[in-house]
Design a protein. Structure first.
Length: 49
C-alpha cells in the first residue's frame, strides 16, 4: 500500500544519495593518495636540490 510505496521512495532516494556521494568519496580518496604520492616524491627529490 501507501506505506510500502513510501518505503520504496525512501530507499530509492537513499540509493540516489549513495550514488552521488560515492564518486565524491572516491575522488577525495584519489586526491588524498595523489597528495601523499606527491609528498613522497618531494621527499625523494629534495635531497638532490
Amino acid at each position: 500500500g501507501a506505506e510500502a510505496a513510501g518505503a520504496w521512495v525512501a530507499e530509492e532516494s537513499a540509493g540516489a544519495a549513495l550514488f552521488w556521494v560515492q564518486p565524491v568519496r572516491a575522488r577525495a580518496a584519489t586526491a588524498a593518495v595523489a597528495a601523499r604520492g606527491r609528498m613522497d616524491l618531494m621527499d625523494m627529490v629534495s635531497p638532490f636540490r
